[in-house]
Design a protein. Structure first.
Length: 319
C-alpha cells in the first residue's frame, strides 16, 4: 500500500487486494487540500489505510475544516468513518447520499451491502444460480439449501461473503444527508450537472453502480473523484442501473470534453491523467454498458433459454 501526491494538494492512498486474501479489500482513498481545510474522499477500509489518511491530516496541523465525503456507502469505500474524528479540527463534516443510510447511520458494513444486493436480486432471480463456471459451482450448496431453508442459506452466504471485509468503524460526527429533493442543476462552464454545492464543494449525483453514488469535482485542481461511478463490474449487473450509470458517465464525459478535467481519480485502479486518456477510459465504459443494456432488453423481449445459450456459446449468431 502506497501514498503519494498526484498533483499539488492531491494525495492518494492506493487501495489493494491483501496478499493473504484474508484481509479487507481496500479502495483508493483521496485527500485534497482546499483553502478552508482538507477533504477526504472515500475513507476506504482497514487500519492501514486509516493510518495513512491520519498521517496526511497530521501534516496540515490545525485545520479549520475536515470533510469526509462518502462516494458511496459500500464497505470497501466507507468503512473508515472514524478518520473524521482525527486531528486538531475546528469543524468536522461527514457527507453522504441519503440512499446510503439505514436509519440514522451510514450503511458501511459488508453484511448490510450484501444483504441489500441479495434482496434486490431475489426480486427477479435466484442469486445463487445466476453465476457461471467456477463461481456457479462454489454457490451450488447455497442454491440447494435455498429451496429448503432460505433464511439459513442467506446467513451462511453472508458469513462466507464477508470474510475479507473487515470491520466498519463509526464516528462522533453526525453525518449530513444529501437528498435527491435538494439536488439542483449546477452550471459548470456550460455543462449542466445535477448535484449539490456544500461548503464550497461541488458534489455531483452519479448513480448507477449504486443509488448513493456521488462524485467530487474540483474545478480549480481539474480533479474528478468518481468512487465506483465508472466501475462496470458487480454490483451494477446485479442490483444497479445500467441506464443511470451511462447517464452518469455522459456527465463526466461532458466535463472532460470541455477541458475541465485533467485528473480522473477512480475508486479502484490507477488514476488517469490527461483529457485524451480519460475520454478513452470513460467512452469505452459507456459504450460497453450501452451494448449490455441493448442485449439485455433484446433478451427480455425475445427470451432465450439457458440451454440455447450454452449450445451456441461458441458461435456468433447470438451477437
Amino acid at each position: 500500500m502506497t501514498t503519494h501526491e498526484i498533483r499539488d494538494g492531491v494525495w492518494v492512498v492506493e487501495g489493494c487486494l491483501p496478499r493473504d486474501m484474508m484481509g479487507p479489500i481496500a479502495s483508493n482513498a483521496y485527500v485534497i487540500e482546499s483553502d478552508k481545510g482538507l477533504v477526504v474522499y472515500d475513507p476506504s477500509c482497514g487500519p492501514r489505510v486509516a493510518k495513512e489518511i491520519a498521517a496526511l491530516i497530521d501534516r496540515r496541523g490545525s485545520l479549520e475544516n475536515l470533510w469526509v465525503v462518502i462516494g458511496h456507502s459500500h464497505f470497501d469505500h466507507a468503512a473508515n468513518l472514524h478518520v473524521a474524528d482525527h486531528g486538531t479540527v475546528a469543524q468536522r463534516h461527514i457527507i453522504a447520499h441519503e440512499a446510503g443510510f439505514v436509519g440514522d447511520t451510514i450503511a458501511n458494513s459488508a453484511e448490510q451491502n450484501y444483504r441489500y444486493a441479495i434482496g434486490k436480486m431475489k426480486a427477479s432471480h435466484d442469486p445463487y444460480r445466476a453465476a457461471f463456471g467456477a463461481t456457479r459451482a462454489m454457490q451450488a450448496p447455497f442454491a440447494f439449501t435455498q429451496t429448503v431453508a432460505p433464511a439459513l442459506t442467506e446467513s451462511a452466504f453472508l458469513a462466507v461473503a464477508t470474510l475479507r471485509a473487515g470491520h466498519p468503524t463509526t464516528s462522533n460526527v453526525v453525518p449530513r444527508r444529501l437528498t435527491d429533493s435538494d439536488a439542483q442543476p449546477i452550471d459548470l462552464d456550460g455543462v449542466v450537472a445535477r448535484g449539490w454545492s456544500v461548503d464550497g464543494l461541488t458534489l455531483l449525483a452519479t448513480p448507477g453502480h449504486s443509488t448513493c453514488s456521488i462524485s467530487l469535482f474540483d474545478p480549480h485542481k481539474r480533479v474528478l473523484c468518481t468512487s465506483d461511478a465508472d466501475w462496470i463490474g458487480n454490483p451494477i449487473f446485479a442490483c444497479g442501473s445500467l441506464h443511470a450509470c451511462v447517464e452518469s458517465l455522459e456527465t463526466m464525459l461532458a466535463l472532460v470534453r470541455t477541458g475541465q478535467v485533467e485528473f480522473l481519480l477512480p475508486g479502484h485502479g490507477l488514476h488517469i491523467v490527461g483529457a485524451d486518456a480519460i475520454l478513452c477510459h470513460l467512452q469505452s465504459r459507456a459504450e460497453l454498458l450501452r451494448t449490455l443494456r441493448h442485449e439485455v432488453l433484446n433478451g427480455w423481449h425475445q427470451p432465450v433459454s439457458y440451454t440455447h445459450l450454452r449450445a451456441h456459446e461458441t458461435r456468433h449468431d447470438l451477437v
